[in-house]
Design a protein around this ligand. Structure first.
Ligand code: NI
Length: 253
């Protein structure tokens, strides 16, 4: 059994293909956690959550690349949704220094305030940390009161940062990038083991080899597990079992 802790299956590129969820379940990927982007993605996400209540788990948050001058309105929407129904996490949230730095201060404010919401509702946070891993770690460290938990999604930092994340009690989301030739993830995984690892696709992006460059989907999770198993000298099944147990503990689901 496998868990995809990060999949944008409500994305229109994927929604057009309803068989993707059947393919995932057939591949043993039975739990699909859906990070939100902004108020414009909520309806499509919740439709899937209502149609597949045992498989498609919705999360609520404002993605850092969607933070702009109207972010206060978006944060109010996140807060209202969290009060209204069950979500499994607050995400995705965080900092993105790659695309645009115009709203850096607002991104930091949105990140910190959504961490407070996660603490209020006792939910894990899903962190997007593109070119901002050190700043995200600093903010998590500042907010860690012993109760904050979550995932550094699509972890792309150094071994030292990986160690800091595990010391904070956080998990690292590992996806298709681990299959790319230039990735430093194999060396990091050998050092830190599976205790703080969960699997993710980030579909429809970042497909693993041999699908690199194509549309990604949750049924490729076993390909990622196989690569991690090869790195660590264990079976893909064992990787799936351990990382699914990690995700169940984190999401309490
Ligand atoms: Ni994402």
């Amino acid at each position: 059994m496998f868990t995809d802790t990060h999949t944008h299956i409500y994305d229109e590129k994927l929604l057009a293909d309803p068989n993707q969820i059947h393919r995932a379940i057939d591949a043993g990927v039975t739990k699909l956690y859906m990070p939100n982007c902004d108020s414009g993605t909520v309806d499509a996400m919740l439709q899937l959550a209502d149609s597949w209540p045992d498989n498609c788990m919705p999360m609520m948050g404002l993605h850092p690349t969607y933070v702009n001058e109207s972010y206060e309105t978006e944060l109010a929407s996140v807060e209202a949704w969290l009060a209204k129904r069950k979500f499994y996490g607050v995400g995705e949230i965080g900092l993105d220094y790659y695309w645009d730095l115009t709203f850096k201060e607002q991104q930091i404010d949105a990140f910190e305030r959504q961490i407070e919401l996660a603490l209020k509702y006792d939910l894990p946070i899903i962190i997007h940390s593109r070119e901002s891993t050190a700043d995200c770690i600093d903010i998590v460290r500042k907010k860690q009161n012993g109760k904050l938990r979550g995932i550094f999604h699509c972890f792309g930092g150094t071994l030292e940062e990986a160690q800091q994340i595990t010391e904070l009690g956080f998990y690292m989301g590992i996806g298709g990038v681990v299959t790319y030739k230039t990735s430093n993830l194999p060396e990091i995984l050998k050092q830190i083991g599976l205790t703080h690892i969960v699997l993710e696709t980030d579909a429809p992006y970042l497909a693993p080899v041999p699908y690199r460059g194509k549309r990604n989907e949750s049924s490729y999770i076993p390909v990622i597990a196989q690569k991690i198993g090869d790195i660590m000298g264990i079976s893909a099944e064992k990787v799936g079992e351990t990382t699914t147990a990690n995700a169940a503990l984190l999401f309490r689901a």
